[in-house]
Write a protein that binds this ligand. Structure first.
Ligand code: AMP
Ligand code: MG
Length: 408
């Protein structure tokens, strides 16, 4: 059985080897800027001019020639003002200074900005009680980006900073990759739809809802294809529908029970499997394979297992299918506030609450009833990752924490 790290690496390796350039869509930032958030850039965004376009002051004060301030106490004639949007277009001569505001162009002839806190203004003259270093308090034209330089590369995930840069350089119509289509299919004779009335031994299909949310969060387009009974023909028909997408997620039916038929049906359809168990709890029976050119995950049906295995294995697959580099697993470190006793052999993911109230982050494991306990998850904002070789971890020790990215 492979470790979760090896399983993740396998997913990334296999999907990367097969993926071809995704179709593109155009998003107009001037119409719907937030629609581009989280999308994967399908082209390079290039600087249309130098940034900053002029030597830009980063302080309020006076633009000077540093050589004029060789000694503290120098007095210079105030000849003009340069503010953001309204520049002084003249040239500074020796013995002169220009009032300058943050964001304004530094005039020709000046090579330093002195903060107004270190000056005294009297009539047309300003006295400087400090010397100045050439180059201080302004950014040289082109220091942030040169004209023609790639400022956001193809494959980048568009966050608020990337969108701001695209806006800054006037790249309003952005080409992004189409979101990977991710079919979601639950399996189980016990399932009814969420608007149905469950019988005494039935449960509502909540996994299709959590999976749709996780797919959207990961950057995919969820396609709900409902649920199938634990019965070969029905399962096969549903899986065949799911295989029309870029990725098929199945929940349930991957354990070793008599009614766990997912692997059998996939096998009958000619699937190739890359792993069919991972050394984790919850989530051990997770399966990853490919069937008729569609990647398939069989995730265990217990809701917390489904959620954990999605975050570990499906997220990187969606990254790669969408044309992005896989995001690293966002593990944090925190001080454990309660002693843990876990069975060794598997890496455990325990629902927990992470908080940073004092001088260091702390994490508290929560009471839960195992991988069927979705209610416990609503009190958790992360999972503590307990390594397979650790049985007892005393309170106060640092542990790895996997945040729930939807709530942190
Ligand atoms: P399985 O992996 O098929 O053995 O499912 C394990 C357990 O997870 C089932 O007994 C159900 O209690 C629960 N379960 C399975 N599928 C779903 C689902 N779609 N929504 C909510 N709970 C589920
Ligand atoms: Mg089942």
């Amino acid at each position: 059985m492979i470790s979760f790290e090896a399983a993740r690496a396998k997913v990334i390796e296999i999907v990367s080897a097969r993926v071809c350039a995704a179709e593109r869509e155009t998003i107009d930032l001037s119409v719907a800027p937030a629609a581009a958030l989280g999308r994967i850039l399908a082209e390079n965004v290039v600087a249309d001019r130098n940034y900053p376009p002029f030597n830009r002051s980063i302080r309020d004060g006076f633009a000077v020639c540093a050589a004029d301030l060789a000694e503290p106490g120098a007095k210079l004639r105030l000849i003009a003002e340069s503010r953001a949007g309204v520049a002084f277009d003249g040239t500074l001569s020796p013995g002169e200074c220009v009032r300058i505001l943050t964001g304004a162009p530094v005039p020709r002839g000046a090579n330093a900005v002195v903060m107004h806190e270190y000056t005294r203004e009297e009539g047309d003259f300003v006295t400087f009680n400090q010397t100045a270093r050439p180059g201080q308090y302004y950014v040289l034209a082109g220091a942030e980006a040169r004209v023609g330089e790639v400022v956001v590369p193809r494959g980048a995930r568009l966050g608020y900073a990337e969108l701001a840069v695209a806006a800054e350089v006037g790249h309003a119509r952005i080409e992004v990759g189409r979101r990977p289509r991710v079919a979601i299919l639950s399996t189980g004779d016990e399932l009814v739809s969420i608007d149905g009335a469950p019988g005494p031994f039935q449960i509502r299909n909540s996994n299709n809802v959590s999976l749709a949310a996780q797919v959207a969060l990961a950057g995919g387009m969820p396609i709900d294809i409902g649920s199938a009974k634990d019965e070969l023909a029905e399962l096969r028909a549903h899986i065949e529908r799911g295989l029309q997408s870029d990725l098929l997620l199945l929940s349930g039916g991957v354990s070793a029970g008599k009614y766990d038929l997912v692997e059998k049906v996939l096998q009958d359809l000619g699937a190739e499997f890359f792993f069919d168990a991972v050394a984790i709890r919850p989530g051990k029976p997770a399966v990853f394979g490919r069937c008729r050119d569609t990647f398939v995950f069989g995730l265990p049906g217990n809701p917390v297992s489904t959620m954990v295995t999605f975050q570990l294995f499906v997220t990187p697959a969606i990254d790669v299918l969408g044309g992005a580099r896989p995001r690293p697993l966002p593990l944090l470190e925190a001080n454990l506030t309660k002693t843990l006793h876990e069975k060794p052999g598997l890496t455990h993911f325990l629902p927990a609450h992470f908080e940073w109230t004092g001088i260091s982050p702390e994490v508290c494991p929560l009471t839960w009833q195992g991988s069927g306990d979705i209610a416990a998850l609503t009190r958790a904002n992360c999972f503590i990752v307990v390594p397979a070789d650790r049985q007892d971890i005393p309170a106060g020790e640092k542990v790895s924490v996997l945040p729930r990215l939807d709530v942190i």
